[in-house]
Design a protein around this ligand. Structure first.
Ligand code: ZN
Length: 181
């Protein structure tokens, strides 16, 4: 009886494994281009203080930023044009991602940059988050790919973005940076 039970169980397990593998193959074959990316944002001393993730939707990119260790306050956050984060000043990330050649800020008549994001509001416990959708953008392919040859970075500035002043909303120095990958 024991032997028969074992032999019956094995083909069932094998069938289950085949079905699962087939579904995984179908999913990865349909998403050869980049559809998601993430970045660990580190401060000038190398400590992780926030995380960013991006997901390509239809003709848009959804960005989520979550702080995990920032002092209480409001911070300008932007997608910058180059995927490089050399501490301590993080200037290698370049300016705000701006493939359409506009000025900074949603309240600027000549605005806005594709990389402009809402301010990150951080509470007394060091956490805070937002989710925002960039319209008319992609991660790869199309007219405005965020992850082009030199990549992209997400940068937190020392103070709040006024959403108007070119080129970076008077948000001050860069205090944390993460390369999207
Ligand atoms: Zn900007």
């Amino acid at each position: 009886m024991m032997k028969h039970g074992l032999w019956l169980a094995l083909p069932l397990l094998a069938l289950g494994a085949c079905a699962t593998g087939g579904e995984d193959d179908a999913v990865s074959a349909g998403s050869a281009a980049t559809r998601t990316a993430a970045a660990e944002l580190r401060n000038a001393s190398g400590a992780g203080v926030a995380r960013a993730s991006v997901e390509e939707l239809e003709d848009s990119v959804r960005v989520r930023v979550e702080a995990s260790g920032l002092p209480q306050g409001a911070y300008g956050v932007h997608v910058h044009t180059t995927g490089a984060c050399d501490a301590p000043a993080f200037t290698t990330a370049g300016p705000h991602w701006n493939p359409t050649g506009q000025q900074h800020g949603k309240d600027n008549p000549q605005g806005m940059h594709k990389g402009d994001l809402p301010n990150l509001l951080v509470g007394a416990d060091g956490t805070g988050s937002f989710e925002y959708t960039i319209a008319g953008a992609s991660l790869s392919g199309g007219p405005n790919p965020m992850l082009d040859a030199d990549g992209a970075a997400v940068v937190v500035h020392q103070s709040a973005d006024d959403y108007r002043t070119d080129p970076s909303g008077n948000s001050g120095n860069r205090i944390a940076c993460g390369v999207l990958g």
